[in-house]
Design a protein around this ligand. Structure first.
Ligand code: S3P
Length: 443
């Protein structure tokens, strides 16, 4: 439990922790590569540590360089994963993915072609999230994955395809999901021909960028006529380990962008934030609401990054919809908090995916905003928020969802009276030092 009170202006400079999506992938592809992968800026949040622990159980050695965010992955090669006998039960290695949906789904694609069997599962939240979205396309490639509880959720029994292998395949995904796309592309490394995924709009492309940098033949394109986006991979004999520099996580930066925007007299410099266009929709949506975000320096790398200067600004409502949604899906809870503090109406639509995140975020965002006195109506695929609310301190039920906890910590900064987060520790999934860092800016 954590009690929070209205804040003084936020002022200062902060380097947010490394990007969660990129940190996961650096460990995964480093493990499958030949040679060593040195990761700098790695996010040591619980989710990425779940990925590390899964690969350690598969015989991969991962060294942490002291308390720093430098991590060395000793790759085993595409065919080199070897389960630790200590974790084999009834012929299958047991892997625990904790709260991490990304680990669970992408691992399905990595484990399906192996020559051993796996039982893959996580905590109650992960074990209630839909897995058919990866099971169906992987089955189309010849994979054998069954939901042990028969409800399409983890725990999953993955029978390694081994010598019989996976096959060439083209899949049209009904959802724009980087986890689905990544699972299919990873399985495609091992297939007997090209594998492609078409998604209704482009989801984050970290997998494509990083696999390419590790030597895989991955092509991507935006299809004409609004037909979505295509990613294609050719089978690969080896990946080559390499240095990976992880930029700051824009999903973590989003809390400060929102906080500095809504707390009067704030001015915060966020350094080294990843601004990959498939992730940076939050900047566009916040600016459409009137946020004052200045790019003061750009860093050109495999993943582009920037220093962002954010100053308090009066906000107004906007519409957040369509192809923009996958580029800001994880930032919608904190954008909803900004919308409650903005003049006029904000409409969020085309975001039904919010229902299958760590919690049903249409429900958890609207219930908690209502508890704080905001005018918000949930819809089937988003919500409608009428501003500007005079937020009141309230008891916030985070439901163990890190993004709900951090979004409502931001709301508390402008609420009248005290706000209590019933479970605040869940922030450690993606941002272990969040509350300390936030308080540090208000001194
Ligand atoms: C992620 C993709 C997104 C996002 C999640 C991380 C990733 O999920 O919400 O937090 O790292 O690939 P979907 O792919 O299901 O949209």
């Amino acid at each position: 439990m954590l009690t929070l009170a209205p804040s003084r202006p936020l002022r200062g400079t902060i380097a947010v922790p490394g990007d969660k999506s990129i940190s996961h992938r650096a460990v995964m592809f480093g493990a499958l590569a030949d040679g060593v992968t040195e990761i700098t800026g790695f996010l040591s949040g619980a989710d990425c540590l779940s990925t590390v622990s899964c690969f350690r159980r598969l015989g991969v050695s991962v060294d942490f360089d002291g308390p720093s965010s430098r991590v060395i992955v000793h790759g085993r090669g595409l065919r080199g994963l070897t389960p630790d006998p200590e974790y084999i039960k009834d012929g299958a290695v047991r892997l625990d993915t904790g709260n991490s949906g990304t680990t669970t789904r992408i691992l399905c694609g990595i484990l399906a072609p192996q020559h051993f069997d796996t039982v893959l599962g996580g905590d109650d939240s992960v074990n209630s999230r839909p897995m058919k979205r990866v099971m169906t396309p992987l089955a189309g490639m010849g994979a054998s994955i069954t939901s042990l509880s028969g409800n399409g959720c983890a725990p999953l029994l993955i029978r390694g395809a081994g010598e019989s292998g996976l096959h060439a395949f083209s899949y049209r995904s009904p959802v724009a999901s980087a986890q689905v796309k990544s699972a299919i592309l990873c399985a495609g490394l091992y297939a007997d021909g090209p594998v492609s995924v078409t998604e209704p709009s482009l989801s984050r492309d970290h997998t494509e960028r990083m696999l390419r940098a590790f030597g895989a033949d991955v092509r991507s394109s935006i299809l004409p006529g609004g037909e979505g986006a295509l990613a294609e991979i050719r089978p690969c004999s080896r990946l080559t380990g390499r240095p990976v520099r992880v930029p700051g996580d824009i999903s973590s930066a989003a809390y400060y962008i929102a906080a500095a925007s809504i707390v009067p007299d704030s001015e915060v410099l966020l350094t080294g934030v990843g601004i990959n266009p498939t992730r940076a929709g939050m900047l566009e949506a916040a600016r459409a609401m009137g946020a004052d975000i200045e790019i003061v320096r750009m860093y050109d790398d495999a993943e582009p990054a920037a220093d962002l200067l954010v100053r308090h600004a009066p906000l107004h409502g906007t519409v957040i919809e369509g192809a923009m949604i996958p580029t800001l899906i994880d930032e919608l809870p904190v954008l909803a908090v900004m919308a409650a503090c903005a003049e006029g109406r904000t409409v969020i639509r085309d975001a039904a995916e919010l229902k299958v995140k760590e919690t049903d975020r249409i429900r958890t965002v609207t219930e908690n905003l209502l508890a704080m006195g905001a005018d918000v109506t949930p819809t089937d695929d988003g919500m409608i928020i009428e501003g500007k609310a005079d937020l009141q301190g309230a008891l916030i039920h985070t439901c163990g969802d890190h993004r709900i906890a951090m979004s409502f910590a931001v709301a508390s900064l402008v609420a009248d009276g005290q706000t209590v987060l019933d479970d605040h520790a869940c922030a450690s999934v993606s941002y272990p030092s969040f509350y300390k860092d936030l308080a540090g800016l208000a001194k």
